[in-house]
Design a protein around this ligand. Structure first.
Ligand SMILES: *[C@@H]1O[C@H](CO)[C@@H](O)[C@H](O)[C@H]1NC(C)=O
Ligand SMILES: *[C@@H]1O[C@H](CO)[C@@H](O)[C@H](O)[C@H]1NC(C)=O
Ligand SMILES: *[C@@H]1O[C@H](CO)[C@@H](O)[C@H](O)[C@H]1NC(C)=O
Ligand SMILES: *[C@@H]1O[C@H](CO)[C@@H](O)[C@H](O)[C@H]1NC(C)=O
Ligand SMILES: *[C@@H]1O[C@H](CO)[C@@H](O)[C@H](O)[C@H]1NC(C)=O
Length: 517
């Protein structure tokens, strides 16, 4: 009897438990708001969602962020496809849920994370998706489905798309595992495995290689080694999937910025210019030798949409063609110091950069000792504006490139000019190395450039376009000084009026306070 009673109690307990659980569950459902099958999570319900779903794919999004738009669209597309799957999808608005994002260490990328078995500390980062298909493929490959791996060589070769083909002797070798794990991380690429030994004869290869094939053209092959890691294989694939040189456009920018190669060579060039083909071809030829070390990118300066990119690197369209190297680890930029952009020059520059011998481009060189002692004053980025924009002095500046023949040819003329004007207290003759210093003012024309800064309060620059003769330079200077003198009289008048107006205003205020007192 007692035993029966005990059993009854246990049964009752069980019932209560079950009831409590379902109730909890129902409550859970209510407090986990959904939209189109996607959970809308907050600080208050995130943990509950995590407990409830063994696979929770969460998109941490920031509304209205630039690149985030494509990722959001990809996630929404995937959500529609995954309505009936075991993976539950959820979103967190990072702009609203700042505390939650911070607790989860989700304030930065990756923006899509897969939480498994309720573990909130070790989510699996989803690679930045190009489309919803990326997310679906990633989930499929992660789950161990090799369904999208084509094995027919003829099928692979017929494809227009680039395919990463693993050719392995034994299908259960460790190499195959490394290959699969790379496939998971690169869901935007087609992967295939084959044991078809036609590969050997056709492409002249041995076993255990990974090849990049496009329309049966072998782009590159990678021989697997016992020490080959997933990371190495990914670097190889992501580098060779791109052409040796990539044009910087809205379409390629994310591929460029997510490349594992952290040294970028940037060619700024006008696509419509007569020498474009020649320079591009030299750049392209140089690229091959640096494939895994430096990413080669070219920027069309004739494309208005590239304005921001050029601003970032402080390149003006008239300075093109030019080449910069940037180290994306420390964001230091290097400028190729040459007039000629042929294969040899570009290669030498890249090599010297990799060896740590290139000189970084600076905002300003240090101020040289005795810079104002010689007839021609030596300006640098830091002193240029201070010296040039002087309301009491007329300043004539030569902007030069030290490696340019045309620039150097002007040095002696500038010395002559400085000596001829030495006695004139109100004139300064100066020069600045435009390749070593960032020039912050807007000017037109190429270097070398001869610019006159008249003695005015207004920041005026007049570019000299006349004959490069002493006589003509002085004539130009005198004419501009005469013009500036008149403007200066007006400026002084305006300033006097302005100062008086300010004084009157102050006096009025003073009287008012007195009256009030
Ligand atoms: C976030 O990072 C901190 C410090 O690394 C760690 O203590 C904490 O557990 C992390 N939070 C999660 C949810 O993993
Ligand atoms: C590019 O070159 C073309 C042809 O020489 C020229 O018309 C155009 O103004 C140039 N663009 C820039 C931004 O210099
Ligand atoms: C790039 O910068 C990092 C960090 O300062 C440095 O370790 C690395 O050597 C640099 N790379 C080159 C090629 O200069
Ligand atoms: C150029 O201008 C930028 C921003 O206006 C400033 O940060 C930088 O210091 C300036 N460079 C020089 C050399 O004056
Ligand atoms: C301020 O007061 C003084 C005398 O108290 C007067 O001479 C002057 O005109 C007043 N100024 C103005 C702007 O009202």
């Amino acid at each position: 009897m007692r035993r029966l009673l005990l059993l009854g109690v246990t049964a009752l307990c069980l019932c209560v438990f079950v009831a409590a659980d379902t109730q909890h569950d129902r409550q859970g459902d209510k407090s986990l708001p959904e939209k189109d099958g996607v959970l809308q999570l907050k600080k208050g319900n995130f943990n509950r969602a995590l407990r409830k779903h063994k696979q929770l794919l969460v998109h941490f999004y920031t509304p209205l962020s630039g690149d985030g738009h494509r990722v959001s669209a990809a996630f929404e597309g995937a959500a529609a496809e995954l309505q009936e799957s075991e993976v539950k999808l959820a979103v967190v608005d990072v702009a609203k849920e700042k505390d939650l994002a911070k607790d989860l260490n989700a304030t930065g990328p990756p923006t899509i994370r897969l939480y498994l078995a309720g573990d909130k500390h070790n989510p699996v980062p989803c690679p930045v998706p190009q489309s919803s298909a990326s997310i679906l493929t990633w989930l499929k490959r992660r789950a161990g489905s090799a369904a999208d791996l084509i094995t027919e060589l003829s099928q692979i070769e017929a494809s227009e798309e680039l395919t990463v083909v693993g050719f392995f002797k034994e299908q259960d070798h460790e190499y195959v595992q490394v290959f699969y794990s790379a496939a998971i991380e690169l869901p935007d690429l087609r992967f295939a495995v084959t044991q078809n030994s036609e590969v050997i004869s056709k492409y002249g290869l041995t076993h255990d290689v990974v090849l990049l094939l496009k329309k049966s053209k072998l782009i590159q092959a990678y021989k697997m080694m016992p020490q080959t890691s997933k990371e190495e294989l990914i670097v190889f694939i992501t580098v060779y999937q791109m052409d040796p040189v990539t044009e910087y456009t809205g379409k390629t920018v994310s591929q460029i910025l997510t490349s594992p190669v952290l040294n970028h060579a940037l060619l700024f060039v006008n696509k419509s210019s007569a020498d474009f083909e020649e320079i591009y071809s030299a750049f392209n030829s140089a690229a091959e030798a640096f494939r895994l070390k430096i990413l080669f990118v070219w920027v069309n300066v004739d494309e208005p949409r590239n304005g921001r990119m050029m601003e970032y690197f402080r390149v003006r369209d008239f300075e093109a063609p030019l080449i910069r190297l940037v180290n994306l680890t420390d964001h230091v930029t290097y400028h190729l110091p040459s007039d000629t952009l042929d294969v040899e020059t570009i290669k030498k520059f890249c090599q010297s950069y990799l060896e740590g011998k290139a000189k970084p481009k600076m905002q300003s060189e240090p101020i040289p000792e005795g810079w104002d002692k010689k007839p021609v004053k030596e300006l640098v980025g830091m002193t240029l504006e201070k010296v040039a924009f002087n309301p009491d002095k007329t300043v004539f500046v030569l902007f030069y490139l030290p490696y340019s023949q045309e620039s150097r040819a002007l040095f002696s003329l500038w010395e002559e000019l400085a000596k001829a004007l030495q006695e004139r207290e109100d004139v300064v003759v100066a020069r600045i190395d435009a390749s070593a210093n960032d020039i912050n003012m807007s000017m037109q024309g190429t270097y070398p450039s001869l610019c006159l800064f008249p003695a005015l309060y207004a920041e005026r620059v007049v570019v000299y376009k006349g004959k490069r003769k002493l006589k003509d330079l002085i004539k130009f200077l005198d004419k501009e000084m005469e013009k500036a003198k008149k403007d200066r009289v007006k400026e002084d008048e305006d300033r006097r009026k302005y100062i008086e107006a300010v004084k009157a205003e102050e006096a009025k205020k003073g009287n008012k306070t007195k009256d009030e007192l």
